[in-house]
Ligand binder design. Structure first.
Ligand code: SAM
Length: 315
């Protein structure tokens, strides 16, 4: 057994006391006076921009019960409930600190809060849910790190341990492409979380996260470049590490459960104006000012983060 398991559970339950260190795209856009808003085509918050994008793809007017897993400060859900007053939300979060923040920001709204690891949530709670939201949190779920591809060649199942067997089983169940050689990282927790959502038959699911497979669309290649290894990569943060997500596997899980999918980068719904100033900030890698550095990182994130909109309209 030469692999390790990256878990953020302890950190989120016992030590999480700010999201400031891992400025999410959602939080980066929340303050109306942030310089980042100035580069947007439409000056608005993440939740409003996402809601309006989902409205184009999904019948949002019929959406009443929404579950959000890992809602952070609750900003996205507040935006959704301001856009659609019929929404009743269920917020499931592992962090007592962040649930307290959600309780504050969502006070006065129809909301139920539950503190638990979503992997342990009773699936019955998901019945009747119209839409599930998981934004920027799949990377927090347990990742199997540096596992050998030799597990696929074990001649007897006794030769591998229970985690390795679970990895082999998930590869078989979903027909994931096996690596030819060496070691790889596997988003086991993320896959189990999405499997849980899909098994519950929730008609619509939105997932957004830092991807290890993101590509810059041709029309933006003169302006930004990012690297994607295809293997989930470690991101070191205050007190814990996360891993980027292999979206093709997540999409395969959803398809196996009968979902259709729309996949893209955050830039699809967070549109920016490419002015000369922005071009200059990007080409100088934001080195010339603090605002430039923040904007440069934000713009790169719009390409590094992917989303999936999953629909299962016919049962
Ligand atoms: C990086 S924050 C993202 C917050 C918010 N969605 C946003 O985009 O700003 C990750 C969130 O997922 C929650 N989380 C992490 N692991 C979880 C788990 N196993 N079950 C439920 N929530 C989890 C964290 O407590 C936190 O609220």
């Amino acid at each position: 057994m030469n692999y390790s398991i990256n878990s953020t559970k302890d950190y989120h339950i016992k030590h999480m006391n700010t999201l400031g260190w891992e400025l999410t795209v959602c939080n980066a856009l929340y303050r109306e006076d942030t310089p980042i808003r100035k580069i947007l085509d439409r000056n608005d918050s993440f939740g409003h921009l996402l809601y309006d994008y989902l409205r184009v793809c999904l019948p949002m007017n019929n959406v009443k019960k929404v579950v959000e897993i890992g809602g952070g400060y609750g900003y996205l859900m507040k935006d959704f409930m301001d856009k659609n007053s019929a929404i009743e939300s269920l917020m499931i979060d592992i962090s007592p600190f962040l649930l307290k923040k959600q309780e504050e920001i969502l006070s006065g709204y129809k909301v139920l809060l539950r503190q638990e690891d979503f992997l342990e949530t009773d699936p019955d709670l998901l019945s009747g849910v119209d839409l599930a939201i998981m934004n920027e949190n799949l990377g927090d779920f347990p990742t199997i790190v540096e596992i050998s591809q030799k597990i696929f060649k074990a001649t007897s199942t006794d030769a591998i341990d229970s985690h390795e067997k679970e990895v082999v089983n998930l590869f078989e169940r979903y027909g994931f492409k096996k690596p030819f050689e060496g070691f790889f990282n596997f988003n086991m927790g993320a896959i189990l979380a999405v499997e849980k959502l899909c098994s519950s038959g929730i008609p619509y699911i939105y997932i957004g996260e830092h991807s290890c497979e993101a590509q810059v669309p041709d029309m933006f290649k003169h302006f930004v470049s990012i690297e994607s290894s295809g293997n989930p990569e470690k991101i070191s943060l205050m007190g814990h590490n996360e891993y980027t997500i292999k979206f093709s596997f997540i999409e395969q899980v959803a398809k196996k459960h009968g979902y259709t999918s729309i996949r893209g980068n955050f830039i699809d719904f967070i549109k920016i104006n490419i002015t000369e100033d922005l071009l200059f900030a990007m080409l100088s890698k934001g080195r010339l000012s603090d605002d430039g550095e923040m904007i440069c990182q934000f713009v790169e994130d719009l390409f590094k983060y992917e989303y999936l909109i999953l629909s299962k309209e016919n049962g």
